[in-house]
Design a protein around this ligand. Structure first.
Ligand code: NDP
Length: 344
């Protein structure tokens, strides 16, 4: 039998199964997967058959399996994208690994570091790729900042400041504000992204944190909707983090201040390919050229390459474990008022 790819006999598409009929999948990830040549979304699984059917119809997805096992039994499905609420990720990743599917999982990977480690180990043992959907690493702005820091453009980095206080859009004001058991709260939602972005920019690891959080009218059930934290990194950098669901008119940003220069990223803690980066040093202020591209398309492309054995994903499972470890330390510091080590 001739199994070679020819124009008359193209390779079958690589099928993806969506685990979770979520907003992020509809708004960003479906398009990002469909932008990859030879990849196709073949199934979506929801805990509600009716919602699943409606979601599949709206998003032109062919199949709505009635269970996770049924989705994983589909031989067309070679990769899964998991974007359910956070408490469900662990069992779904373990099941996908057992079925031999590659896994792109949303952040936070889990609610505890031990669970996230177990997920990573299961994927390693099964020989499948596991990645974390930390999209900000794929932003051209952050990549430019990382490149310049590595080149020594600001000298030794000393401080970082993250401005990631936003207003949670009305259509997302559900479990994030009301369900601690689902991993709600701004720290598991946004601080994980900050931790990953700072690790990416600095090439350094968080070691300890101090933090305070509060809850305004938005979050309920003891969940926090605003936090300020300071993270010490193993290269000595002190990073100040401000995350919120309750701030309507702030602009996001990230700044890295070094001995001989400062990098200022404005409007860069976002899902969209926007924002600018300015380098300030003895020569003055330089607006850096940025070739923006879709963050999610780039992240999925790296994942698809990793499935082919061609390089690592943009953010690995280990990166997801590490960002979660920082968020867990921030949660602990807020609860206890204590300076808290980041424990891997
Ligand atoms: P959603 O609330 O949209 O979806 C989460 C789950 O809630 C879905 O799996 C679905 O369950 C259920 N659900 C969704 N809409 C409804 C509805 N109208 N009625 C009842 N149930 C509903 O969450 P997000 O898409 O915002 O987040 C999902 C995951 O993705 C989280 O882990 C989050 O942290 C992550 N995320 C990551 C982002 C990134 O940029 N990396 C950005 C946003 C979120 P079911 O599948 O059973 O139908």
């Amino acid at each position: 039998m001739n199994s070679e790819k020819t124009p008359e006999n193209p390779a079958p598409p690589i099928g993806w199964g969506l685990i979770g009929a979520s907003t992020i999948a509809a708004e960003h990830m479906l398009g990002a997967i469909r932008a990859q040549a030879g990849h196709e979304v073949v199934a979506v699984m929801s805990s509600s058959a009716q919602r699943g059917r409606e979601y599949a119809r709206k998003n032109a997805i062919a199949s709505v399996p009635e269970s996770l096992d049924a989705l994983l039994a589909n031989p067309q499905v070679q990769a899964v994208y998991i974007s359910t609420t956070n408490e469900l990720h662990k069992a779904q990743v373990l099941a996908a690994a057992a079925a031999g599917k590659h896994v792109l999982c949303e952040k936070p990977l889990a609610l505890t570091v031990a669970d996230a480690r177990e997920m990573l180990a299961a994927c390693q043992a099964a020989g499948v790729v596991m990645a974390t959907n930390h999209h900000l690493r794929n932003a051209a702005t952050h990549r430019k900042m990382r490149e310049l820091i590595a080149q020594g453009a600001i000298g030794r980095p000393l401080f970082a400041r993250v401005f990631h206080a936003v207003y949670l859009p009305a259509h997302l004001q559900g479990w994030r504000l009301e369900r601690p058991q689902a991993g709600g709260g701004v720290i598991l939602d946004i601080t994980v992204h900050d931790a990953d972005t700072l690790r990416f920019l600095l090439g350094a690891e968080p070691v300890e944190v101090v933090a305070l959080s509060h809850s305004t009218a938005l979050a309920k059930q003891g969940l926090e909707d605003g936090v300020m934290a300071v993270v010490r990194f193993d290269n000595g950098v002190l990073a100040q983090i401000h995350d919120a669901f309750s701030v309507r008119h702030a602009q996001t940003g990230i700044e890295i201040h070094g001995e001989s220069g400062s990098l200022v990223g404005r409007n860069v803690m976002t899902q969209h390919p926007v924002g600018e980066v300015v380098l300030r040093d003895a020569r003055g202020e330089t607006l850096l050229p940025i070739a923006h591209e879709n963050l999610y398309v780039r992240g999925v492309a790296a994942f698809c390459a990793a499935m082919r054995g061609d390089g690592p994903p943009a953010a690995s499972a280990e990166d997801g474990v590490r960002s979660l470890a920082t968020a867990v330390a921030v949660l602990h510091a807020c609860k206890t008022g204590q300076r808290t080590p980041v424990i891997l």
